[in-house]
Design a protein around this ligand. Structure first.
Ligand code: BGC
Length: 850
């Protein structure tokens, strides 16, 4: 199956595509991933979890589900039952083919079809637009459960409105590897932040009647070898660092859990009786269903290990969907018929799935609650609010005039050189199955121009272009007309010609697509795939020699939209000129605002923590030309900042979603006061983080990644090893300042309460995230963190205002995982309590009495 595809030109929409950024032929793991990419293209409801204590006996299959659901399943034929345990492509050509999967239901029994779509950053339906929310790292940086619920509400509402019943979100895997390609798609390196954010988001999603699927259970913390790598992780580390987010999701009532591609301690996650039965069901009392990630079902017998549903592979054309289920379709039927897999196991899975349909009202006579209309305005408002609240002001120093660089005021606010590609082409979201095509996304440059006012001078220079200029008839013969290439549903080669290159050099080629997939093939180079379901623009650097090269383009269009393609390039000469122009513009303005971006993506880890494409050199050159340089980062995760000391300010906007432009302008101009905090440590150097120099940790050796840092994930590792980060966990500045006093700590029936008085000592209203960290217990021998976040709360204060703030420390934060007893246990004894504005900015220290 895998070998068949790359040779053929597939017409199936790829869900995620990637070249290696320089267009070089992919290395083996990349090829595999690319091959697969090409193939694949509260009203609170009743909780789905039980209250089963750790270690309680498993619920027998017969006990699962309501009587009604069990009776329905008893009336199903074998084929009808099988139709629930693997997703299919759905009805031809219609919207059903565009989500991730479709179940036909059993109309004769009043069970309607079910539809599922990605994902964690908004509802992703191929060929449809939806609200592109800020990336989950931005959401987590708000440290605000209310905003997480609002984020979920947008996904829940839009998912229902767009014909979906299940969303494959949120992703709660730990940010363990700074290079992790999907870090942007998840929340934090800290299990408490992840747990709280996930629970609130799930309640928000499901409160709208959409089922949430928490993913990827478990240990999917890197993309390198993601289909095969085995995560070797000890029990305490697993339960204390990676699993809390999943447990919290189950407790919040998540309808479904997606098991991961990778293995955990020698067993594929989707075949792991230990994870799927023991942990998920017996320890946590989960009553929803488990689906596999795409292609992650390994065997028909996985259904006896706790996997309920296969997310199989869809092959063929969009107009000719061929649902493929390798294990839970015909193969499972044969196994059940032969008696090698008990039919009771199949029944149990179907009961779990239909049980959740019942819980969400989908078995009601009308086929479920009425679908609402999309509320794009509400989506926009939430996207904007979260982009503003999740932004993290990393650095803010004073100008020569003695004023803080940010917010922009006076002439610093009206004489700007705005530099960087993402100022003009907004970086909305990361790449892969979490990519959402928004209704619209304004350019930050336009928002800044508007905010700066008509009398301001706002120059723009890209510095480094991702697309460049259209290829003209001088270079391309015959001429290529940018724009519409194929009618809706079209599928063919649409250009065949030659590209004439004036001199040897590195040429950046840009492909912008709307309405489908385009494949660019330059003779002797790896093909460049560009699909709007993955990213509207694709940009690669190719080393080309002087002379003429064959260039061909093919593609297909969505059934109901034409395919429009633009082909552009940046010659080496133009690239040099761009840098010079950016530096000159910076020198001529009072303030230089440089937008920098990276390309977090599913399928690939970042090759380095540096900004790609020479952006570090661009920032350094601009900062050398203008000391009042402010950097706006559109990155999904941490990046190195070799230029930091020569800049005045750095504002981390993440991938800020479709409303990022106005949020950025509002923050830079001080209409909004930044209050977000980092939920991951930013390393100071490529050799100064938990994975550095430890290939067995990342990317793994011989197919295995050792979690040998143990429970010391993220900031815990930096503290223990005494390694200084660039920016610590919990860090984030404000345009105002806060003082802390009068710490009081007391034990309560449910854990502890930490009280502190916080005062706004500055001149603007601001939000402070008050963080309480616990030191280790001296009564246990199991590994403990030097310091771990045990509770936090966010407070809004006007200038001069103070509040007595209470931070709740849940009983679970005072426990540790006892490996000998395979359960949580209280860690007795006194504990140090440190309260502060970041993990490194501790303002008060107290003690929790034994
Ligand atoms: C990703 C999942 C996603 C699924 C469906 C997989 O490759 O790992 O996160 O939900 O595809 O698009």
């Amino acid at each position: 199956m895998l070998s068949r595809r790359p040779a053929e030109r597939t017409s199936r929409p790829p869900t995620r595509l990637r070249t290696d950024g320089r267009g070089r032929p992919g290395r083996a793991p990349r090829l595999l991933a690319l091959t697969v990419a090409l193939l694949c293209t509260s009203g609170l409801l009743t909780p789905a979890h039980g209250t089963t204590a750790d270690g309680a006996a498993p619920r027998a299959a017969a006990e699962e589900g309501s009587q009604r659901v069990r009776a329905l399943v008893a009336r199903m034929t074998l084929d009808e039952k099988l139709s629930f345990v693997h997703w299919t492509a759905g009805a031809e050509g219609g919207p059903l083919a565009r989500g991730v999967g479709y179940l036909p239901g059993v109309p004769r029994l009043g069970i309607p079809p079910l539809q599922a779509a990605d994902g964690p950053v908004g509802v992703r339906i191929n060929g449809s637009r939806a609200t592109a929310l800020p990336t989950p790292t931005a959401l987590a940086a708000t440290f605000d459960d209310g905003l997480a619920a609002a984020y979920g509400k947008v996904i829940g509402h839009e998912g229902r409105a767009l014909g979906q019943d299940v969303v494959l979100a949120p992703m709660v895997n730990n940010i363990r590897v700074p290079h992790g390609g999907r870090n942007f798609e998840t929340f934090s390196e800290d299990p408490l932040v992840t747990s709280r954010t996930a629970a609130a988001e799930i309640r928000g999603i499901q409160g709208q009647g959409l089922m949430a699927t928490v993913k990827h259970f478990a240990g999917n913390n890197q993309e390198t070898d993601r289909f095969t790598v085995d995560a070797a992780v000890d029990e305490q580390t697993l339960h204390e660092t990676e699993l809390p987010g999943f447990r919290s999701a189950v407790e919040a009532g998540a309808a479904s859990v997606m098991c991961a591609y990778n293995g955990v301690n020698g067993t594929p996650a989707c075949s792991s009786d230990q994870l799927l039965q023991k942990v998920l069901r017996e320890q946590w009392g989960f009553r929803g269903w488990v689906m596999s990630d795409w292609l992650a079902t390994k065997a028909t017998t996985d259904i006896t290990k706790g996997l309920d549903q296969e997310l199989g592979l869809e092959m063929g054309k969009p107009t000719d969907p061929v649902p493929d289920s390798k294990h839970f379709g015909a193969a499972l039927k044969a196994a059940v018929t032969a008696g090698t897999v008990p039919e009771a196991a199949l029944d149990r899975s179907v009961v779990r799935i239909v049980g959740q349909m019942e819980r969400f009202g989908l078995l009601d006579p009308a086929g479920g609650p009425a679908r609402p209309a999309r509320d794009a305005q509400a989506g926009r408002a939430t996207a904007r609010e979260i982009a503003e609240n999740g932004a993290v002001l990393l650095r803010n120093t004073t100008t020569a005039a003695g004023l803080p660089a940010l917010p922009l005021t006076g002439t610093a606010a009206t004489s700007l050189a705005v530099i960087g590609d993402s100022a003009l082409h907004p970086k909305v979201s990361g790449l892969g199955s979490a990519h959402v095509v928004p209704d619209a996304a304004e350019a930050p440059l336009d928002a800044l121009r508007e905010r700066a006012g008509a009398n301001a001078a706002v120059a723009y220079e890209p510095g480094i272009e991702r697309l460049g200029a259209p290829l003209t008839a001088t270079e391309l013969s015959p001429a290529f007309q940018n724009g519409r290439q194929l009618d809706p549903g079209g599928d063919r080669a649409f250009y065949d010609g030659t590209l004439t290159v004036p001199a040897d050099g590195d040429y950046r080629i840009g492909v912008r697509v709307d309405g489908g997939l385009a494949i660019l093939q330059i003779e002797g180079q790896a093909p460049v795939y560009a699909a709007d379901s993955f990213s509207e623009t694709t940009s690669v650097v190719l080393r080309l020699t002087r002379g003429t090269h064959k260039l061909a383009m093919s593609g297909w269009a969505w059934p109901d939209r034409p395919l429009s393609v633009d082909l552009t390039w940046v010659t080496p000469e133009r690239a040099n000129r761009n840098i010079q122009r950016a530096v000159a513009a910076a020198a001529a303005a009072d303030t230089a605002v440089v937008f920098a971006q990276d390309e977090g993506s599913e399928g690939w880890d970042r090759p380095s923590l540096s900004l790609p494409d020479g952006q570090d050199a661009l920032i350094a050159a601009v900062a050398a030309a203008n000391p009042n340089t402010v950097v706006v980062l559109n990155t999904g995760s941490s990046v190195l900042m070799p230029w930091l000391g020569s800049t005045r300010a750095v504002l981390q906007m993440w991938y800020p979603g479709q409303e990022g432009a106005r949020a950025t302008a509002a923050l830079l101009y001080g209409d909004v006061n930044p209050g977000g905090k980092l939920t991951q440590t930013f390393p100071a150097a490529e050799d100064a983080h938990p994975m550095a120099g430890r290939p067995e940790r990342f990317p793994g050796v011989a197919g295995k990644q050792e979690y040998s840092e143990g429970i010391h994930v993220g900031y815990r590792w930096y503290e223990r090893e005494g390694v200084a980060p660039l920016f610590p966990f919990g860090h984030g500045l404000s345009y105002t300042s806060f003082s802390y006093r009068d710490l009081a700590v007391e034990r309560t029936a449910t854990g502890a309460t930490v009280r502190v008085t916080v005062r706004n000592t500055g001149r603007s209203t601001g939000k402070e995230v008050v963080q309480a960290y616990l030191g280790p217990s001296d009564r246990i021998t199991a590994p403990q963190a030097v310091k771990k976040l045990a509770g936090y709360t966010k407070v809004t204060l006007a200038p001069g205002q103070e509040k007595r703030v209470a931070v709740t420390v849940d009983a679970r934060q005072l426990q540790y995982w006892d490996t000998a007893r395979h359960s949580w246990r209280d860690a007795p004894g006194a504990r140090t309590v440190k309260v502060g504005s970041s993990s490194a900015d501790i303002r008060l220290t107290g003690r929790l009495a034994p």
